[in-house]
Design a protein around this ligand. Structure first.
Ligand code: PLP
Length: 401
């Protein structure tokens, strides 16, 4: 047993997180083990990051191979993996140009800055407004918490940047009333993640596209949680058939190695000209090598094609559990991003169910106070889904009992 304990976390860490009671030390596929060698099934996927599970051999190989060659140069030099990854992302998506960074918040920061600068250069400084949605989450930098639609993340950090407004999600009339020729961009998650796993309804994204076109505003899709295969398509916009001007991606893009990217078009990219934005680590060769391997496995090893069947297995299993215990009022989501909303009598107790699941040997997540969230690896074996659901059922039985 290691000398490091969970209690030490509270002694030496800033208290902005409250991690679970165990310390995982290793993982393989969709199973992890803690310091005491207790094994857990992973339905959390590192918050929709570990899309290929833990220690995938092809990702380990990519990381160790690049690790022997070249770790870092910064942006004063380019590198082969970065160019190859940008090329691959442009082939697989609508995008013509890519900007690399290290996290989701940074990708959104870049997207929002690009949108403002694009409007500034093409129209003028009065066209700077950004419209976002209530309950949205776009990251924790000051700009991204300001754009995010959850007041709790802004509290005490004011004054926040101005020119930002919020309208209800999935409400096209509200957006039509808010948008104007002063709008630089509309930013939207095709599926709200942190806000409770709420997919865009039929016609909503198309409607936003039309409104943006009418007012010369850019449409930004934040696919940091919904992207990289989570819905069964590489990006959710491809399922919806609506193309943004800017797309942000991170989380699963590195399969666990930190990387973020902002994708955009030839028409918009020039507004982020030389010297206007940057990041020391963005496009790091280690991160880009791992990400190339992630995309290769996702698209060439049948992982994307398997998401729909695994999603059905989850939904069927969750519905079966709910038929017996009637604890969820809604089970929703897309692909392998699933939210189980607790019944009204159990409001605010998602974290309690999550803690019970951990005790039963299962890692899950919450999305707000009322929703148990599952974001497993996209290649999770069916046997692990079944075993994990059996553990969840035990947790639910204790929760209601
Ligand atoms: N945008 C969305 C939709 C997210 O789900 C998240 C993280 O949960 C972020 C942005 C922020 O990403 P990061 O934590 O990598 O900065």
């Amino acid at each position: 047993m290691s000398a490091v304990t969970r209690e030490q976390f509270d002694a030496v860490m800033v208290p902005n997180y409250a991690p679970g009671k165990i310390i995982p030390v290793r993982g393989k596929g969709s199973r992890i083990w803690d310091q005491a060698e207790r094994e857990y099934i992973d339905f959390a996927g590192g918050i929709a990051v570990s899309a290929l599970g833990h220690a995938h051999p092809k990702l380990v190989a990519a990381l160790t191979e690049q690790g022997q060659k070249l770790w870092h140069l910064s942006n004063v030099m380019t590198n082969e993996p970065a160019i190859e990854l940008a090329q691959k992302l442009t082939e697989l998506t609508f995008a013509d140009k890519v900007y690399f960074c290290n996290s989701g918040a940074e990708a959104n920061e870049a997207a929002l800055k690009l949108a403002r600068r694009h409007a500034y250069l093409n129209v003028g400084p009065e066209k700077h407004e950004i419209i976002s949605t209530l309950q949205s989450f776009h990251g924790r930098t000051l700009f991204t918490v300001s754009v995010g639609g959850q007041a709790k993340y802004k509290e005490g950090f004011e004054p926040t940047p101005g020119g930002i407004s919020h309208v209800p999600y999935n409400d096209l009339d509200a957006m039509a009333a808010a948008i104007s020729d002063k709008t630089a961009a509309v930013i939207i998650e095709p599926i709200q993640g942190e806000g409770g796993i709420t997919p865009a309804v039929e016609g909503y994204l198309q409607g936003l596209r039309e409104l943006c076109d009418q007012h010369g505003a850019l449409l930004i899709f934040d696919e940091i949680q919904s992207g990289v295969g989570r819905t069964g398509s590489l990006y959710a916009y491809q399922r919806y058939g609506v193309t943004p001007d800017i797309l942000t991606t991170a989380k699963a893009l590195g399969g666990g190695f930190p990387i973020g990217a902002m994708l955009t078009t030839d028409a918009v990219a020039p507004s982020l000209g030389f010297g206007t934005h940057g990041s020391t680590y963005g496009g790091n060769p280690l991160a880009c090598s791992v990400s190339l391997a992630v995309l290769d496995v996702l698209t060439n090893d049948g992982v994307l094609d398997g998401v729909a069947a695994k999603s059905k297995r989850y939904f069927d299993g969750l519905k079966r559990i709910n038929e017996q215990y009637k604890v969820f009022k809604d089970i929703r989501g897309m692909g392998l991003l699933i939210g189980c909303e607790l019944i009204d009598e159990r409001k605010g107790q998602a974290k309690d169910l999550n803690a019970l699941a951990l005790e039963e040997g299962l890692l899950c997540l919450v999305a707000g106070p009322d929703v148990l969230r599952l974001a497993p690896a996209l290649n999770i074996p069916d046997a692990d889904i079944d075993e994990g659901l059996a553990r969840l059922e035990k947790a639910v039985a204790r929760f209601v009992g």
